[in-house]
Design a protein around this ligand. Structure first.
Ligand code: ATP
Ligand code: MG
Length: 425
C-alpha cells in the first residue's frame, strides 16, 4: 500500500459494524446457552502459536499448511509463528500443556478469529470466526452422536432450515493404508484420465482425489475402491452405533463415501452440515473424530472428537431468512436543558442505572425539540425531561415514547414508573 492511499482494512478481513454486531451478540448468547446445556466449558487460547504446532497437527500435505497460513518470523527472537488457521491444534496443545486430561476427559469450546490466506469471496474470508467444540478423552460412538444431535438442536434454536447432514467414516489407520494402496493401484491404471490435481496427489494424498469436483473424473471416482470394504469390525460397529443413535433422535443424514475432510487428523466418524443456499461456500459446520491427533502432538495417546462452525456463514443464512438485527437495548433517554438541569441530568441518569435501567444521557446540547427527536428515534421506552421547571419543582417530566400521556414524577419514583412503562411494552 502506498503511503498516500486511503487506509482500508486488509483484504479479506471484515469490520463488523454496530448494526451487524448486534446479530453477533445475539448469536453468541444463543450459542453459549446451547453449549452450557451440554456441559461444555469455555477455553481461550492465543491467536499466535508456533508454526511447528500446525505443521505437526494439520499435516504438511494439506491446503492449510501448504498455502493458507499467515506465518512469519518474530523479528525480535527469530521464532517461527503462525496466526491460527483453526482451533483444534491450539485447544489440544493447551489441554496437554496444562494437564487437563490428566484424569478426566474434557468437554471444551472456544470461539474466535481464525486466519487463512484464501481467495476472498462470499462466505470465504482471510479472517473469519469459528465456534469450536472439542470432546477430549472420549472414545465411544455416543459422544460422536451427541455432538451431531447437539448441532441439530442449535439449528432448531436458530430457526435454520435447509441444513442437511452428510456422514462418513474414515475407519482406522490400517484400513486407510490398505485403501490408499488400492486407490493408488486403481488410479495408476487410468493415469491418462487423471487431471493435473489428481496426478499431483496420486502418491501424496490419493484419498483427496475422491474430493475432486472435476466432472470429467466423476465416473472414475464413482467406481474407485470403497473404503467401507476395508473397515475393521470395531470401526464398522462404531459407525453403525452412531447411525443408530442419530435415527433414535430422528436426525436425518446422508452417507457420503466421498466425504474425506480437508485435514489429515480425522479418523472414523466425519460429518458436514451443508446448505445449498450459500453457493460454493455451503459447509456451515464440519467435524469428526481425531483419535490420532493428541498422540501426534504429545506422544501420549487419547481419543477425541470435535467440530467447528463458521459464524459468518451461519449469520449469512440467518440474514437470508430475513432475520432482523435485534434493536440496541435501551430503556431511557434523558433530555435536559438549562445550567441547573444539565448538572442534575447526569446524577439522575446514574440513579436510574443504579436501579438496573439502561440509560442514554443526551450529550452535545441542542434544543429540547432536537433532543426529543433523538429520544423518539432511540428505541428507548421513555424520555426523562429535565428543565428549569423540573429543577425548581423537583419533579421530572416522564414521557412514554410508545404512546401515553406525559406525567410529572418525583425523582425517587422514576425507576418504578419507568419499569411500569417497560412492562406495558
Ligand atoms: P471449505 O471446504 O469451505 O474451505 P474447510 O474444510 O477448509 O472448509 P474447516 O477447516 O472444516 O473448513 O472449518 C470449519 C468451518 O469453518 C467451515 O465449515 C466453514 O463454515 C468455516 N470456514 C472455513 N474456512 C473459512 C473461510 N475462509 N471463511 C469463512 N468461513 C470459513
Ligand atoms: Mg478450506
Amino acid at each position: 500500500m502506498s503511503s498516500n492511499s486511503p487506509l482500508q482494512a486488509v483484504r479479506g478481513m471484515n469490520d463488523i459494524l454496530p448494526e451487524e454486531a448486534r446479530l453477533w451478540l445475539w448469536f453468541e448468547d444463543t450459542v453459549r446457552d446451547w453449549l452450557e446445556g451440554y456441559g461444555y466449558r469455555n477455553i481461550r487460547m492465543p491467536l499466535l502459536e508456533h508454526t511447528a504446532l500446525f505443521k505437526r497437527a494439520i499435516g504438511e500435505v494439506t491446503d492449510i499448511v501448504e498455502k493458507e497460513m499467515y506465518s512469519f518470523e518474530d523479528s525480535l527472537n527469530g521464532d517461527q509463528l503462525t496466526l491460527r488457521p483453526e482451533g483444534t491444534a491450539s485447544c489440544v496443545r493447551a489441554a496437554l500443556q496444562h494437564s487437563l486430561l490428566y484424569n478426566a476427559p474434557q468437554r471444551l469450546y472456544y470461539s474466535g478469529a481464525m486466519f487463512r490466506h484464501e481467495r476472498p469471496q462470499k462466505g470465504r474470508y482471510r479472517q473469519f470466526h469459528q465456534i469450536g467444540v472439542e470432546a477430549l478423552g472420549f472414545a465411544g460412538p455416543d459422544i460422536d452422536a451427541e455432538q451431531i444431535v447437539m448441532c441439530a438442536r442449535l439449528w432448531r434454536k436458530l430457526g435454520l432450515r435447509d441444513i442437511t447432514l452428510q456422514l462418513n467414516t474414515l475407519g482406522d489407520i490400517a484400513a486407510r493404508q490398505r485403501h490408499r494402496a488400492k486407490l493408488i493401484a486403481y488410479f495408476e491404471q487410468y493415469s491418462s484420465v487423471l487431471d493435473e490435481d489428481a496426478t499431483r496427489r496420486l502418491y501424496t494424498n490419493p484419498l483427496r482425489i475422491l474430493d475432486s469436483k472435476n466432472p470429467a473424473m466423476q465416473e472414475l471416482i464413482m467406481a474407485a475402491p470403497n473404503l467401507m470394504e476395508e473397515l475393521e469390525e470395531d470401526a464398522l460397529k462404531h459407525f453403525e452405533t452412531v447411525q443408530k443413535i442419530l435415527q433414535r433422535h430422528e436426525v436425518a443424514f446422508e452417507i457420503n463415501p466421498r466425504l474425506v475432510r480437508g485435514l489429515d487428523y480425522y479418523n472414523r466418524t466425519v460429518f458436514e452440515w451443508i446448505t445449498t443456499r450459500l453457493g460454493a461456500q455451503g459447509t456451515v459446520c464440519a467435524g469428526g473424530r481425531f483419535d490420532g491427533l493428541i498422540e501426534q502432538i504429545s506422544g501420549k495417546s487419547a481419543p477425541a472428537t470435535g467440530f467447528a462452525m463458521g459464524i459468518e456463514r451461519l449469520l449469512a443464512l440467518l440474514q437470508e431468512d430475513g432475520m432482523n438485527t435485534p434493536p440496541a437495548p435501551l430503556d431511557v433517554y434523558v433530555v435536559h436543558q438549562g445550567e441547573m438541569a444539565d448538572g442534575m441530568a447526569s446524577l439522575v441518569a446514574e440513579r436510574l442505572r443504579d436501579s438496573g435501567l439502561r440509560v442514554l444521557l443526551h450529550c452535545n446540547g441542542g434544543s429540547f425539540k432536537s433532543q426529543m427527536k433523538k429520544a423518539d428515534a432511540s428505541n428507548a421506552c421513555a424520555a426523562v425531561i429535565l428543565g428549569d421547571n423540573e429543577v425548581s419543582t423537583e419533579l421530572a417530566t416522564l414521557k412514554p415514547l410508545r404512546g401515553g400521556e406525559q406525567m410529572q414524577v418525583a425523582f425517587d419514583d422514576l425507576p418504578a414508573k419507568i419499569n411500569e412503562l417497560i412492562k406495558q411494552g
